[in-house]
Design a protein around this ligand. Structure first.
Ligand SMILES: NC(=O)c1ccc[n+]([C@@H]2O[C@H](COP(=O)([O-])OP(=O)(O)OC[C@H]3O[C@@H](n4cnc5c(N)ncnc54)[C@H](OP(=O)(O)O)[C@@H]3O)[C@@H](O)[C@H]2O)c1
Length: 318
């Protein structure tokens, strides 16, 4: 496992982390908590020291599972836990929904409340990183959420402040880095072999300000592991029913065809590993956080950290 410092103020983190949405028990079909915890243990046993979660994943369940794993390990590991806030799910607790709802709220009052709830679930004195959870631009192009993050830092409740940039709005939101880089330590961005909008403005600005970059959805919900085809379907309680609908699957799989010769030429690595390596090969990017549901997936994904293929050797898409 290789490690990098996460931007100007960041700790040293593994270049492959653990994305903890998939194990939340919601949005990804049914999951088995014991298997999910084994997946996290496997990650930590094999050099991963960074877990990404959000308060809203499973209405707090993802944070609780992580906390249980830390307890089981005697809280001896130096693990960085990144969480998120800004989607108020508390009014929906105890109600039945298909995929997780949340009312966007980036006010000082709500962000402070949400951070305090995450502190309790994770059983820590300070959150290593609190990220604004994919806000629309109108909600964060004003000082209030940034002041909230600054105050939470001053109070010692969070160590680093981040923005998880809304999917497909990477260029539109890039100017936020110019405006708020004094408080912003880290961004999280949707970026993978087939989705490279972030390269246009966002990643260059992150480099300019030495802002840490976390890459999410690095294997496109499993598609870049090569296991889906045009007949693949997903259950009602799996967000991929919408996000990898038959139309989107068809589009992505068509785009993926041009990578076949590349994957064929690097048969010593799996498609998931090569796809992950792409995400961390860009000089702006510090870590990819693949969601892993099983120890086997986790082990395979970790293998990407030590691959040496430079960014320039990956096929371009334009
Ligand atoms: N708005 C936001 O801030 C936001 C949004 C999305 C994600 N995230 C974060 O980013 C993390 C990663 O994104 P993601 O989990 O959505 O997508 P992803 O990492 O691209 O895909 C994860 C899914 O792919 C499958 N998979 C993982 N490793 C595999 C392997 N080696 N071989 C085959 N299949 C494999 C698993 O699902 P199956 O086994 O069920 O196929 C897993 O749940 C999330 O967990 C979350 O922490 C943040």
């Amino acid at each position: 496992m290789r490690y990098k410092n996460l931007g100007k103020n960041g700790p040293e983190i593994s270049t492959i982390g653990f994305g903890a949405w998939g194990i939340s028990g919601r949005d990804w079909g049914n999951t088995d908590d014991e298997q999910s915890k084994r997946a996290i243990h496997t990650a930590l046993d094999n050099g991963v020291n960074f877990i990404d979660t959000a308060d809203t994943y499973g209405f707090g369940h993802s944070e609780e599972l992580i906390s249980q794993v830390l307890d089981e390990r005697g809280r001896r590991d130096n693990v960085i836990i990144a969480t998120k806030a800004g989607n108020n799910f508390y009014p929906f607790l105890g109600k039945d929904f298909g995929t997780t709802p949340g009312n966007p709220d980036y006010s000082k009052k709500y962000l402070t409340f949400a951070a305090e709830q995450s502190l309790k679930r994770l059983k820590v004195d300070a959150l290593d990183l609190l990220q604004l959870h994919s806000p629309t631009l109108d909600l964060v192009d004003n000082d209030e959420p940034w002041e909230a993050l600054e105050i939470l830092k001053q109070q010692g409740k969070i160590k680093l402040a981040g923005l998880s940039v809304q999917s497909f709005k990477e260029t539109e939101q890039a100017f936020l880095l110019d405006k708020y880089n004094s408080v912003l330590d880290v961004i999280q961005v949707r970026y993978n072999l087939l989705e490279r909008e972030a390269e246009k403005e966002l990643l260059p600005k992150a480099m300019k300000y030495n802002i840490g970059v976390i890459v999410r959805i690095p294997i496109l919900f499993g598609l870049l592991a090569g296991k889906f085809n045009r007949n693949t379907t997903f259950g009602e309680n799996d967000h991929r029913k919408m996000n990898l609908s038959p139309e989107k699957l068809d589009e992505y799989l068509t785009q993926l065809e041009m990578f076949k010769p590349f994957f064929e030429s690097r048969k010593e690595f799996s498609m998931a590993q090569l796809s992950l390596r792409f995400c961390i090969a860009h000089p702006a990017c510090h870590i990819a956080i693949p969601g892993g549901k099983t120890p086997l997936q986790v082990i395979e994904n970790i293998g990407a950290s030590d691959i040496d293929i430079p960014y320039e050797e990956f096929p371009s898409i334009d």
